[in-house]
Design a protein around this ligand. Structure first.
Ligand code: NOJ
Length: 751
């Protein structure tokens, strides 16, 4: 072919490629599909199995063996590979030395920040602010992609009703509506505007599905979830992640109703692939395929591989049952070739979508994208909006910056690693600004008296108590920073009792004896049973594990730079015995109400068989939680008035608008999180007492009023009865209020 002809042909090819890429999204996808299929056609079975295998370098048989395996195309993905140089080195081997040059997909747990650490996800959920959460995840993606990480195992969107479960820290709490809004925001933040942007990272919605229902809050324990709860609650945030375009899902460790999640055809195949038409990739959790043997669901690795493959797990994390058994399974005719090909297609598609074939390497230049001042400012903002004010008697808070002296105590006051929380591999304690440092900076060191009182959260040594009380007496106000060390929540870190560990309650009681205003700030990975503390403190602020900038954020709130505005994403219980307690439990036959329950201490000692109310309550706890879902105070006050419905009636395809006026009646500007709940009074199955259907975080200047509207579509009132989604006409209640236990009430019917 002469030069002229080949130039014309090349030109035509370029033009048609341009036409394809510009015409529409579908054509773009087609191009990827074509490339995936062309590559698949060239792959050997070993190379296909390689793509389906993900390994941690620590388990790859040593440095040289790892490089050889990459060169031989034995791994499709690596997790926990550190540093730009290392990533580029391995990627170079994969791209330039392996037969087909398929790039590796480098994954890591970047759960709530990479080096700029944001509050734990449960804390971020308390901001009820999808916008700032999205930006937090965008920043995490910018930071981690600059280090070569193109896949994060986030968002974790397991709904849980159990604060004993250590992994409650990683999720968005108990409510499917709030968790779905945040799930969407997190996926959008991680993946960014364009997947081929160098800062785009593939999201992974996990753990599919049901892991948050681990019995007794014991991690990895069995889960039983009825189909209505599964579909109306647990699956919702996953569906939101799919809708937001999450490229990958992770199958969980748990067995769900008797079938392990990583071999579960009902959830992975029927729901995820068929009903939801998910086209992305499914990765197992760490060794969750081989653990099906420990579950007693498979007798050996070959069977485990077979069950995971049949369920639709495309890539196996860490265990090597695929690598060791797929060939034999094919030869024995127990699995068909198309199952393998589909899995490999799902994996390659992610790599193409992320543009890894075009840009496999990380630019060392990009390393500058860590801990930028703008990122740190955002971390401070998120931590500020995440903190929840639970009590503030006599307007103890905010403290004046002109205060003469404050006494700072507690094991979390100056504990840089603990404030970062769980699931932090890359955030560094030395970058944390602690509350003590921030308060010293704000007030000047001379005004701040400090002793820890207890060295760490579980410390029971009362040696410093006398000194602490003396110091408290010399100061104008007391700030006690307590809670939990980071290691007490997270994976495998569940607790049976969820009170403040160690001698913290005793120390707080001691400090209360000083008679000085006592402010307790809790920094923890879960909603602790803080009833006793609330009884002793004048003010109680819940800061969660607030991340790198937790200190300045808390100082901003304590000294009134801004009012606290977070609200609880989870019900706070009085004690472990109340668990599970979530606000949207079904209507019962014998609901308790004020006056209908008998406190245990009021029961006469000698008692004939008689009624103690015969209602749904505990004799010791009663029937209300310590703090309800959605609860949170502010330094200002908000008055709710004028509830209006656009109509008293709507059709099963219609909608109504419900609105109310919110007035800032206090003495400072503030944000209020306005919540919208409904109750479906009668259903074909029993229905929740309340369900969140909308929320808005609004800034209302002092003295101003805003009208807040919520549109309710008939489909928002639908629910799953079994696997059928139904919209049932009938009577409904609505509330617009500041939390799940209060609000202006209205009603309407659907016909
Ligand atoms: C196990 C955890 O359950 C999962 O959430 C995490 O992503 C993987 N390990 C990888 O570290």
């Amino acid at each position: 072919m002469d030069f002229y002809k080949s130039t014309v042909i090349y030109g035509l090819l370029v033009l048609s490629a341009l036409f394809l890429s510009c015409s529409n999204k579908e054509n773009k996808t087609d191009t990827i599909e074509t490339r995936v299929n062309q590559l698949l056609d060239r792959m050997t079975l070993d190379e296909k199995i390689g793509q389906m295998t993900q390994i941690d370098p620590g388990f790859a048989g040593g440095e040289e063996q790892m490089k050889k395996s990459v060169r031989d195309g034995r791994y499709g993905s690596m997790l926990n590979l550190f540093g730009v140089e290392k990533v580029n080195e391995l990627q170079k081997i994969s791209v330039e030395e392996s037969r087909l040059g398929i790039p590796l997909l480098i994954g890591r747990d970047v759960i709530h920040g990479y080096q700029t650490i944001f509050p734990i996800p449960l804390g971020m959920a308390a901001s009820w602010n999808p916008e700032i959460v999205k930006k937090a995840f965008r920043i995490s993606a910018i930071e981690c992609s600059s280090q070569g990480i193109k896949w994060t195992f986030a968002p974790m969107v397991d709904i849980t009703w159990d604060p004993r479960w250590g992994r409650i820290a990683e999720g968005c709490g108990e409510d499917p509506f709030l968790a779905s809004s945040l799930s969407r925001a997190m996926v959008e933040g991680i993946q960014g505007e364009s997947l081929t942007d160098p800062s785009a990272v593939a999201a992974c919605a996990k753990h599919f599905v049901g892991y948050g229902f681990s019995e007794g809050g014991r991690d990895y324990s069995t889960t039983y979830i009825s189909e209505p709860v599964l579909r109306n609650v647990v699956l919702k945030p996953f569906l939101a992640a799919r809708d937001a375009g999450a490229l990958t899902f992770m199958s969980g460790f748990n067995d769900l109703n008797g079938v392990p999640a990583s071999g579960n055809e009902f959830t992975l195949k029927q729901i995820l692939r068929k009903e939801w038409d998910f086209k992305g990739m499914v990765v197992s959790d760490w060794a969750s395929v081989s653990e099906m043997i420990s579950h007693g669901y498979c007798s050996n690795e070959k069977e485990a591989a077979l069950k995971a493959l049949k369920a639709g797990v495309d890539m196996e994390m860490s265990s090597l049952t695929y690598a060791g058994n797929i060939k034999a399974l094919l030869q024995e005719g127990r699995i068909e070739q198309w199952v393998i090909d589909d899995a490999v297609r799902n994996i390659l598609r992610v790599k193409y979508k992320l543009g890894l074939f075009e840009n496999p390497y990380v630019s060392p230049e990009a390393q500058k994208q860590l801990l930028n001042p703008e990122f740190l400012d955002h971390a401070q903002k998120v931590a500020r909006q995440s903190a929840v004010l639970l009590k503030n008697d006599q307007k103890t808070l905010p403290l004046s910056q002109k205060i003469r002296s404050v006494a700072v105590f507690g094991p979390l006051a100056d504990s840089p690693r603990d404030q970062l929380g769980t699931w932090v591999f890359d955030g560094k304690a030395e970058n944390s600004v602690t509350p003590l440092a921030a308060i010293r900076e704000l007030l000047g060191p001379d005004k701040v008296n400090f002793i820890k009182g207890l060295q760490y959260s579980r410390d029971k040594n009362r040696g410093e108590f006398v000194k602490a009380l003396a110091l408290a007496k010399q100061s104008d106000a007391i700030l006690y920073f307590g809670g939990e060390e980071w290691i007490l929540s997270g994976e495998g870190q569940s607790r049976g009792e969820i009170n403040l560990p160690g001698a913290q309650e005793e120390l707080i009681a001691e400090l209360a004896r000083s008679g000085k205003p006592l402010v307790v700030i809790i920094m923890a990975g879960r909603p602790l049973a803080v009833g006793k503390v609330a009884g002793m403190a004048d003010a109680l602020l819940y800061g969660w594990h607030g991340g790198t900038m937790a200190g300045p954020a808390l100082a901003d709130l304590i000294f009134g730079k801004e009012s606290p505005s977070g609200k609880l994403p989870v019900t706070f219980v009085k004690g472990s015995g109340q668990i599970p307690f979530y606000y949207y439990h079904n209507q019962t036959g014998r609901p308790a109400s004020e006056g209908s329950w008998t406190p245990m201490d009021s029961i006469p000692v000698v008692n004939p068989q008689s009624s103690l109310g015969y209602k749904s309550f505990h004799l010791d706890y009663g029937f209300t939680p310590l703090y309800p879902f959605g609860y949170g105070l502010s330094y200002t006050t908000f008055k709710y008035s004028g509830l209006k419905l656009s109509s008293m009636s709507m059709s099963t395809t219609g909608s109504i608008v419900v609105s109310a006026n919110i007035t800032n009646t206090g003495e400072m500007d503030g944000d209020e999180i306005v919540q919208f709940y409904i109750r479906d009074r009668v259903g074909s199955i029993t229905r929740p007492v309340k369900e969140l259907k909308g929320f808005q975080r609004v800034s209302i200047p002092q003295g101003m009023q805003k009208e807040i509207q919520f549109t309710l579509n008939a489909k928002d009132l639908s629910f799953f009865n079994g696997k059928t989604q139904v919209v049932e006409p009938g009577e409904f209640d609505v509330w617009i209020g500041p939390n799940s236990a209060e609000g202006l009430h209205g009603e309407f019917n659907m016909h």
